[in-house]
Ligand binder design. Structure first.
Ligand code: COA
Length: 417
């Protein structure tokens, strides 16, 4: 079946996580992603957090599906000629090097545009223009500078980073949207453009509701936060523990048998107060004016969740969920990664996939979470280092066998393949 991005060629200069997340998505949608890696070295993640000696790590394999790998020294003269030919042939160039790296290779945006005016040049950087524009950034730095860490964790604890990679993968997602939007605009303008996503900006975009709360706190306490009414509010948004970020109060409650992940997240949506109270055996509170309205409950949320917890502790998280779900109570079990890996429904939708790899054997990965009815994504294993060097030089750039051999002999391309 045809794919949404069939015919789109991506010159993929990405490494680590943020850029590869973006180009992997584009590859799942059908783009031909040509991953450029340094000869003999490759993306640093190939060798990071290895679980099997001398085999591409899960870090690398899980972020580089459906791509082709070309090893090319872009600082070598012949390498730069090949790179220039690739810019001519591709629709998009994506990179997430430290600031200025591509310019230092001799490829400024002005030069890239001159080589191919239709190309879209997309970058991830830590920061946008400003005092930190030159800084290198990894995930947790972005979480800290984008407002996530200061608003995550418990009131009496330090700022906390989240396990969700909102700085890296979150920015990669933003960049992918920027790229397809620029491709769409090119249909009418005929021109490429620069796409730039700063990790700080992307994290802040995901923390939008906290900037909302910053403006609300100037008008009075945030009544849905656990600090209300007895705790202390300063002049900036505090950490809200497990409180819900939306207008409906939520919290995690313990379940049987009391293991580290035996919890259920429960939201006391106003519309389901009555069935929820009936289910937990507190029918007397349904009409009680001290409890019956969301406003009356706000100062007593801790007590409300304690009552719910008394009930959930008599059930497993799945039993509690199965009782509350038919009552339309919004809730969800805290799932461990072990449980997610075993979850059959995620396998059936292709969200969790079993991938075969020539050197590591089988491994689990996350498939494309975006499902298109006319452009289904199959997950193909990540490329070995330089696996497609010859194929790309020959088929994409039209190099002869002799030219390929010369480039290899000079060290402009790798000799892995
Ligand atoms: N041929 C020749 N040289 C190559 C090359 C190739 N194919 N690919 C990369 N290089 C060079 C780069 O040009 C750069 O050289 P320079 O320092 O002389 O300019 C060098 O390799 C290393 O690149 P750099 O990006 O500086 O890597 P790093 O390991 O020092 O830093 C990051 C890693 C992630 C901190 C940095 O790339 C960064 O801040 N990126 C932007 C933000 C980002 O995406 N962070 C999240 C990562 S998940």
């Amino acid at each position: 079946m045809a794919k949404a991005l069939d015919g789109v060629k991506i010159l993929d200069m990405t490494h680590v996580q943020s850029g590869p997340t973006c180009t992997q998505l584009l590859a799942w949608f059908g783009a031909d992603v040509l991953k450029i890696e340094r000869p003999n070295v490759g993306d640093a993640t190939r060798g990071q957090l290895r679980d099997i000696p001398d085999v591409d790590s899960l870090y690398f394999t899980m972020l580089n599906h459906n791509k082709r790998s070309l090893t090319l020294n872009t600082k070598h003269e012949t390498g730069q000629q090949i790179f220039t030919r690739l810019i001519e042939e591709c629709d998009v160039i994506v990179e997430n090097f430290a600031p200025g790296a591509l310019d230092r290779m001799g490829f400024s945006w002005e030069r890239i545009q001159t080589i191919n005016p239709r190309i879209i040049y997309a970058s991830v950087k830590g920061f946008g223009p400003g005092p930190y524009v030159d800084c290198k950034v990894y995930e947790n730095v972005a979480q800290c500078t984008g407002g996530s860490a200061s608003t995550t964790g418990f009131d009496d604890g330090p700022p906390t980073v989240t396990g969700a990679q909102i700085g890296d993968s979150g920015t990669g997602l933003h960049l992918a949207l920027g790229i397809v939007t620029a491709l769409f605009q090119r249909e009418t303008s005929g021109r490429g453009q620069r796409v730039y996503c700063a990790m700080q900006d992307s994290v802040l975009n995901l923390c939008r509701v906290k900037l909302r709360d910053q403006q609300r706190i100037e008008k009075g306490p945030l009544k849905e936060y656990p600090q209300y009414p007895n705790g202390h509010f300063g002049d900036s948004v505090p950490r809200a523990g497990n409180a819900s970020g939306g207008g409906q109060p939520g919290w995690v409650v313990k379940c049987a048998p009391g293991g580290p992940d035996d919890y259920l997240y429960v939201i006391i949506q106003a519309a389901v107060w009555a069935p929820l109270m009936r289910a937990i055996g507190h029918e007397e509170l349904i009409e009680d004016p001290e409890w019956a309205t969301p406003e009356a409950r706000l100062p007593k949320l801790e007590q409300a969740f304690a009552m719910i917890e008394e009930w959930t502790m008599t059930k497993t998280k799945f039993e509690a969920m199965n009782i509350l779900n038919p009552l339309n109570v919004p809730c969800g079990p805290i799932l461990s990664m072990k449980e997610i890996a075993a979850e059959q429904s995620l396998r059936e939708t292709g969200t969790v996939v079993d991938v075969e790899h020539p050197t590591r054997g089988h491994y689990l990965s996350v498939g494309n979470p975006i499902k298109l009815s006319d452009s289904p994504s199959e997950v193909r294993r990540s490329p070995l280092l330089g696996e497609h060097t010859v194929e790309i030089l020959r088929d994409v750039l039209g190099y002869s066998e002799a030219e390929i051999a010369a480039a290899r002999d000079q060290g402009a391309v790798g000799s892995e393949a």
